[in-house]
Write a protein that binds this ligand. Structure first.
Ligand code: ZN
Length: 605
């Protein structure tokens, strides 16, 4: 990807912030040698394989292979494009980003998300002014009746879509927004019979949905009477993905991080009621069950020791959600609890009746997902023989889904004690359920990717030569004093792996004859690569903490050159046998290769 901000500027932006500080906002890091380690925010793991090297300003995960510099991290974490992430990091570093002229094609590709954000922003302003205007009288009364304070309405930018078929469509046209763009943002729909567009949201209270960076990604609309559907949400767009969005996230960050607890409720109004009562560490799902992606985002906020409290207004809703989410929480190694409010109460009415302290108190006594499922199963089925059979049948799948073997064993013992069924019998059922799950394409519990073995899994088995090429690049990145020697010996000329060769050339170009190489230079090398795969490879090789010294380096270089000579001998043999077989094409190709090798070898002498 070519990007029109000059490389120097990109490097300056990267150097203006500290990757350690930025990653520490979402990942708890501990010092390990020259590096820092923590649990990867991009995949579920129990043992830290996510590594940050502050000296080189890079990160790499040995578990899932993610890696890069601070821009790459922000892109991945926030789901941003490169220019968006660059701008966001520049803002933190206090650096002015020159506005650049992008080509039409670049604008097309890079600008779509930004255009959608700006249409959403316009629509938000439109909905807000509707609510304040004369058309919004009924909506204001409704919100008032629901007990929403003016500050809450302002803070969450609540708005109103007035009655009418194409009010927003007309407003956007007035603002010179192409209707197709309004359609791609999920706000407009093309008319079926005639030309033109109509509004998706009509006569509804509007709840804008923000990402963690407070950009508008979508909208939810609620009717004010009994008409259906009660709720209508924006369809998914390039900026709005329900599986990774949470309502209220932008307002919940600070307090969730401080409390290491987050409440998850089901609806917009529940969330607003919590906020209004001072319980700001809360988010709402957007009509989907909690996904792995949600759990990752939540874990980033509350840390690995944090607690998630899922709030429901009935046992049944709680049971359904608990059964659905036990696996994602268990895989994400997050302590999740279920709080069911007393009969007849939703968070809103509960807070109104009993206040925030009572809510906090109830939340602190919430049962873990498994304990909750056990308790409700026992309550429903009773402890007759029949009932016990039903209880075990109901819980076997859930227990099998518990990732951690020890936790699973403890749960089985607890169940055995509570219902008076032998542990061995329960274990057998759970095992069978687990086998069924594994056969159904699930990853068997306990198997996880970690450390260097996962690294090997990611990179297909490679020949000794390629392995040596990787060692050379690692050496160049970690012991740059050796670079003049690498250049002198022309090592890169005989690299088989084109990607590694490009990385090597980039290192020589960026670091040149300069021997006093600081950490920032690695960021500069990455800037020049411009390809995610190459960046990841370079980062994985740079992050190592191997003790390089001159002697070790020179030995590696000698080995590499020696290897090449052996290769030449093999080549000669192959040429000879190709000649004997009369395969002229092959002879030609091998001779070309030999010539190339010879040149490289001559270079190294
Ligand atoms: Zn990872």
């Amino acid at each position: 990807m070519t990007f029109s901000i000059p490389r120097d500027k990109v490097t300056e932006i990267k150097n203006s912030v500290d990757i350690l500080e930025i990653i520490s906002e979402t990942v708890i890091l501990r010092k390990a040698g020259r590096n820092y380690q923590g649990l990867c925010p991009f995949h579920a793991e129990k043992t830290p394989s996510f590594t940050v090297n502050p000296g080189k300003q890079i990160f790499h995960c040995f578990g899932c292979g993610e890696g890069g510099d601070v821009i790459g991290y922000v892109m991945k974490r926030e789901g941003m494009s490169f220019p968006e992430a660059l701008r966001s990091v520049a803002k933190r570093g206090g650096i002015e980003v020159p506005s650049v002229e992008l080509s039409a094609a670049e604008q097309q590709r890079l600008g779509e998300r930004e255009r959608l954000f700006s249409v959403n922003r316009l629509a938000l302003q439109y909905f807000e002014s509707n609510l304040r205007g004369s058309a919004g009288k009924g909506a204001r009364d409704y919100l008032n009746k629901r007990g929403l304070a003016r500050e809450t309405i302002d803070q969450f930018n609540i708005g109103f879509a007035a009655e009418g078929w194409d009010l927003l469509a007309r407003f956007l046209r007035l603002k010179k927004v192409p209707s197709q763009l309004g359609e791609r943002a999920g706000l407009l729909r093309p008319r079926k019979q005639q030309t033109g567009y109509y509004d998706l949201f009509r006569n509804r209270i509007i709840f804008p949905i923000f990402d963690s960076g407070s950009r508008v990604i979508g909208f939810g609309g609620r009717v004010m009477d009994a008409s259906l559907p009660k709720y209508l949400n924006s369809p998914e767009t390039p900026v709005y993905n329900k599986k990774s969005s949470l309502y209220g996230l932008h307002a919940a960050r600070a307090e969730s991080r401080a409390a290491e607890v987050i409440h998850v409720v089901e609806g917009y109004l529940d969330l607003l009621a919590l906020h209004q009562n001072g319980i700001r560490n809360a988010v709402a799902t957007l009509g989907t069950s909690l996904s792995m992606e949600h759990v990752r985002i939540i874990k980033g906020l509350i840390g690995t020791a944090g607690q998630v409290i899922l709030v429901f207004d009935s046992d049944n809703a709680g049971i359904k959600a608990a059964e659905r989410s036990v696996e994602v929480f268990s895989k994400g190694f997050v302590d999740a609890r279920i709080l069911v409010l007393p009969k007849g109460h939703d968070p809103d009415s509960f807070l109104l009746a009993f206040g925030a302290d009572a809510f906090r108190e109830a939340a602190s006594g919430a049962l873990s997902i498994i304990a909750f499922l056990m308790t409700t199963a026992i309550r429903r089925h009773g402890l007759s023989t029949e009932g016990k059979v039903r209880i075990v049948r109901e819980l076997e799948g859930t227990l099998a889904a518990v990732e951690d073997g020890i936790a699973r064993a403890l749960h089985m013992r607890e169940l055995s004690e509570r219902i008076g069924v032998e542990e061995a019998a329960i274990m057998e059922r759970v095992k069978a359920a687990g086998a069924g799950r594994a056969a159904g394409g699930q990853r068997p519990p306990g198997e996880r990717m970690q450390g260097t073995s996962a690294d090997q899994k990611r990179f297909p088995p490679m020949g000794a030569h390629r392995r040596m090429e990787r060692r050379i690049i690692a050496m160049m990145l970690q012991f740059p004093t050796i670079l003049p020697k690498v250049r002198e010996a022309g090592l890169l000329d005989s690299f088989e792996d084109e990607g590694l060769k490009r990385i090597g050339e980039r290192i020589l170009m960026a670091l040149g004859g300069d021997t006093g190489v600081g950490g920032a230079s690695v960021a500069e090398i990455l800037t020049g690569l411009g390809e995610t795969d190459l960046e990841r490879t370079a980062v994985s090789l740079a992050i190592g903490d191997d003790p390089w010294d001159r002697e070790g380096c020179e030995k590696l270089i000698r080995q590499f050159v020696e290897n090449r000579k052996v290769n030449d001998r093999k080549l000669l043999q192959r040429i000879r046998s190709a000649e004997e077989a009369g395969d002229h094409d092959l002879v030609m190709r091998l001779q070309m290769q030999l010539l190339k090798e010879k040149k490289a070898l001559a270079h190294s002498k």
